[in-house]
Design a protein around this ligand. Structure first.
Ligand SMILES: [Zn+2]
Length: 340
C-alpha cells in the first residue's frame, strides 16, 4: 500500500515535473520560437548590415586614395559620352603596328587599303587652339574618336587643351615643332630631325604621356630623307584621302560641301581637317550628322606602341622654354590667394 502510494506519488510528482518541464520548455519556446525565427532571420541581416558599413568604411577610407577616382573615369566617361542613341559613334578600332613607318592616306601613300566602303578616319591638324574644345565637344556628342596632329609650339601655348584631347581618348600624334615645311631647300637634315623630334617631345611634355608614333608633314610636304628618317624611328606617316580644304574655305557650309562631295565620290578615306579653323569647329556638328545620314562609319586608329621621345630633344625643349616644365606644378602651389 505504502509502496503503491509512494509509486503513485512518484508518478504524480514526475508527471507534474514533466508537465512543469514541458510547460517551462514549451512556453518559452512558444514565445521564443517566433523570436528565434525572427532572431535567426534578423541575425543574417545584421551580419551583412554590419559588414556593409565595414566595406563603406573601407571605401570611405580610401576615397582620398586613388581607389575612387580610378574605377569611375573609364566606364563612367564611356557611358556618359555615349548617351546619344543616334550617335555617329566608332564602328571599329584598328591598332597600327608602326614598325618601319607605314604610310596612310592614298593621296600620297598607296600602301594599306584598310578601310572598307563607307569607312572614314577623322583627323585634325594644327591644334591645340582655343577652337579645339568646340571640336572635342562635337566629337563627344557624337561618341566618336579622331586622330590629332598638334603643332609642338601650339602645345606649349595651350597644354591644357591638348590634355583635354588626351583625356577624351583621341589618338595624338605630331605635326612638327613649328609647322616648318620639311621639303624646303633651306632645311638641313638636322633641322628637319629637330622639327620632327621636338614636335613629339612637346606633345609628351603637354600630356605627360608618350604620343602615338603618328606623324603628318606640314602641307603634306615630305622628302625621301624625312620619310626614311621616320621609317627608322618606326613612326607612321599620314597623308589623307579627303582634304577638307578648310583653311581655304570661306564658310562652315563650304567645309561640309568640300568633304561630302569628295567623300560621296570616293566612298571612304582619311579626312583631313584643322581643329584650329573656326569654320571647321562650327561645321563639325552638321558634318558629322551628314556622315551619319550618309551611312558613313568612323574607324578609330590607335598605335600598338607609343613613341619613345628622344631625351636630348626633351631637354632641348625644356631649355628653349626656359621653364622646368609647362605644367609640372599645380597652380595652387605657385599662386596663392592670401587676401580676397
Ligand atoms: Zn598643318
Amino acid at each position: 500500500m505504502r509502496n503503491a502510494l509512494g509509486l503513485m506519488l512518484a508518478s504524480v510528482v514526475s508527471a507534474v515535473v514533466i508537465a512543469a518541464v514541458w510547460f517551462w520548455t514549451s512556453s518559452p519556446r512558444a514565445d521564443a520560437a517566433p523570436q528565434t525565427v525572427a532572431a535567426r532571420k534578423a541575425e543574417p541581416l545584421p551580419a551583412p548590415a554590419a559588414a556593409k558599413p565595414k566595406v563603406d568604411v573601407e571605401v570611405t577610407a580610401s576615397i582620398s586614395k586613388p581607389a575612387v577616382p580610378t574605377p569611375p573615369p573609364a566606364p563612367v566617361a564611356a557611358k556618359s559620352v555615349c548617351a546619344n542613341p543616334d550617335a555617329l559613334g566608332v564602328s571599329r578600332t584598328v591598332i597600327i603596328d608602326t614598325t618601319g613607318g607605314p604610310g596612310f592616306g592614298f593621296l600620297q601613300y598607296k600602301q594599306f587599303d584598310f578601310l572598307a566602303d563607307k569607312e572614314v578616319v577623322l583627323t585634325f591638324d594644327d591644334g591645340p587652339w582655343p577652337t579645339t574644345p568646340t571640336v572635342l565637344k562635337t566629337l563627344a556628342d557624337e561618341c566618336t574618336k579622331a586622330v590629332f596632329f598638334p603643332i609642338g609650339k601650339h602645345t606649349t601655348y595651350h597644354p591644357e587643351i591638348l590634355k583635354q584631347v588626351f583625356a577624351a581618348g583621341h589618338t595624338i600624334g605630331s605635326h612638327t615643332w613649328s609647322h616648318a615645311h620639311l621639303d624646303s631647300k633651306k632645311m638641313t637634315e638636322a633641322q628637319a630631325k629637330e622639327e620632327i623630334e621636338k614636335g613629339f617631345s612637346a606633345v609628351k611634355m603637354a600630356i605627360g604621356a608618350a604620343p602615338a608614333p603618328f606623324f603628318r608633314f606640314p602641307a603634306l610636304a615630305h622628302t625621301q630623307a624625312t620619310k626614311d628618317y621616320l621609317g627608322g624611328r618606326n613612326i607612321a606617316m599620314f597623308s589623307c584621302d579627303i582634304d577638307s580644304n578648310d583653311f581655304k574655305s570661306s564658310s562652315p557650309d563650304q567645309v561640309i560641301q568640300n568633304v561630302m562631295t569628295k567623300l560621296d565620290k570616293q566612298g571612304k578615306g582619311v579626312i583631313l581637317m584643322h581643329d584650329l579653323q573656326k569654320h571647321t569647329a562650327i561645321a563639325l556638328p552638321t558634318l558629322l550628322r551628314r556622315l551619319k545620314a550618309g551611312g558613313y562609319k568612323v574607324v578609330q586608329m590607335k598605335a600598338r606602341e607609343q613613341l619613345e621621345t628622344l631625351p636630348e630633344y626633351d631637354a632641348m625643349l625644356v631649355k628653349d622654354l626656359k621653364v622646368p616644365a609647362v605644367a609640372s606644378r599645380p597652380i595652387g602651389s605657385v599662386v596663392q590667394t592670401v587676401q580676397d
